[in-house]
Design a protein around this ligand. Structure first.
Ligand SMILES: Nc1ncnc2c1ncn2[C@@H]1O[C@H](COP(=O)(O)OP(=O)(O)OP(=O)(O)O)[C@@H](O)[C@H]1O
Ligand SMILES: [Mg+2]
Length: 427
């Protein structure tokens, strides 16, 4: 290098150094150097700022450097530098620094050792950078995460409470439903027994008396099945548990007879006449629970009677195709408004005030669903209401229709294929 170029090189070096300084300043970074033999430490003005020191005030000793490091992080810093010297590798370390005013700040330092000709580490040089913002971001993220976890736990607790409340509500509904159906059965037992008590002469006619007692007996059996449902609440029916085979036409006969105190005697007592017509075609058996279906039908009859305070006609029909048995209950009563029609299946919905629980139709829906059936309610104000239930034909009836209808005919010897009966309050 000629002497004429020397000042030129110096100028270039100064310019490079200046650019480096500017870049470090813009990045809020500083440089540091540690002389391992003497323990002398030199910091750039930028790095002094990272330690909260005014320019040129750092004493330049290892002790002063260690003093600037947070005591809890000092060991980590020392180990990083030692490891870098031993392994002859660059290192990175993040630590807290305590400023003279007591405030704590995060720094990230990157450095590398330099060695003499014997391979002995003589100097460690590096840069430092303030990472307060990143650390705050991380802390915020951790805090947000913690809060999210708390909220999630709270949500899970609330969900558990809702499930628990839902269970209690379901239990309450079930208990009310059972009480409702039990009450229906009891009212029939009471009605028939009161008839016997009011008309003791009935007892002289053995066959009439026997029929009454049989009706009371059937109602009592239904009542005991209602109570049996309580047990089923804790032991739901297994998927493959066999269902009984129910003859819907027989169900209708029995329900009409058992509910007689309601549609005939109670109606008569208030001066109304209700005619009951049954139009029952012979239908295949359905797989189901006799008592449940019987309670459902009784509920529909009771509703129909309630809807005809001035009397009218209650018609019960059965018919079937190859897949489904249809059971239809129609009345010529007051009918339902659009709003009532929309809400009538809701549990506890009633327009009967103190006299109704609003669980009748909800119970019917439950029974129909358990039998994989369908329910439809049609109603017109002042014209009447028709409730149609469709239940799947039992597999056995479907696979051997001839045999089934033979069985069926034998069971009902004397029945015509389609039977229409009219019963009337005043008959
Ligand atoms: N056949 C019907 N005609 C007119 N309205 C009906 C008929 N059946 C049901 N409803 C309406 O639907 C409502 C709900 O019926 P649901 O059987 O569930 O309860 P409820 O009859 O009021 O009470 P409960 O069954 O305890 O006597 C009734 O209050 C009534 O307004
Ligand atoms: Mg009802």
């Amino acid at each position: 290098m000629s002497t004429s170029t020397y000042p030129h090189v110096l100028t270039r070096l100064t310019a490079t150094e200046e650019r480096l300084r500017l870049a470090l300043e813009a990045a809020c970074m500083g440089t540091w150097e540690v002389d391992l033999a003497s323990g002398a430490v030199s910091l750039s003005a930028g790095h002094e700022a990272l330690f909260g020191l005014p320019p040129g005030s750092f004493p330049g000793t290892e002790g002063a450097l260690f003093e600037a490091v947070h005591p809890d992080d000092l060991e980590t810093v020392k180990q990083s530098v030692c490891r870098a010297a031993q392994e002859k590798a660059a290192f990175e370390v993040e630590f807290r620094t305590v400023w003279p005013n007591g405030s704590v700040h995060w720094l990230a330092a990157k450095g590398r050792p330099f060695f003499d000709e014997n391979g002995q580490a003589v100097q460690v040089v590096g840069v430092g950078m303030n990472i307060d913002e990143r650390r705050r971001g991380e802390a915020d993220l951790l805090e947000t995460n913690r809060r999210l976890e708390e909220t999630l736990a709270e949500l899970q607790r609330t969900q558990q409470q809702i499930i628990q409340q839902e269970r209690l509500r379901a239990m309450g509904q079930m208990a009310s439903g059972i009480a409702h159906d039990f009450n229906n059965a009891l009212s029939m037992i009471l009605g028939h027994s009161e008839l016997l008590l009011c008309r003791p002469e009935t007892l002289d006619d053995k066959s009439k008396a026997l029929a009454q007692v049989q009706t009371i007996n059937a109602a009592a059996r239904d009542a005991s099945q209602v109570v049996g449902r309580l047990r089923e609440f804790y032991r739901p029916r297994e998927e493959d548990e066999p269902l009984g085979h129910v003859d819907v036409r027989r169900l209708v006969e029995r329900a009409v007879s058992v509910s007689q105190p309601k549609w005939r005697d109670q109606a008569l007592a208030r001066g109304a006449t209700i005619a009951v017509e049954t139009d029952c075609q012979e239908v295949p058996l359905v797989a189901g629970n006799d008592a449940e279906l019987s309670q459902a039908l009784t509920n529909l009859i009771f509703n129909a009677v309630d809807a005809m305070p001035d009397g009218g006609t209650l018609t019960i029909r059965t018919c079937a195709d190859s897949q489904r048995v249809t059971l239809q209950v129609r009345d010529t009563g007051v009918g339902m408004t659009c709003e009532v029609r929309q809400r009538c299946l809701e549990p506890f919905f009633t327009t009967k005030g103190e006299d109704g629980t609003g669980l009748g139709l909800a119970g019917v829906v439950g029974v129909v669903q358990r039998h994989n059936g369908k329910l439809k309610v049609e109603s017109q104000v002042a014209k009447g209401t028709t409730v149609t239930i469709k239940l799947p034909v039992a597999e056995r009836s479907r696979s051997a229709p001839d045999a089934m209808s033979r069985d069926h005919s034998r069971a009902h010897s004397g029945c015509r294929a389609s039977r229409t009966t009219r019963l009337c309050g005043r008959s």
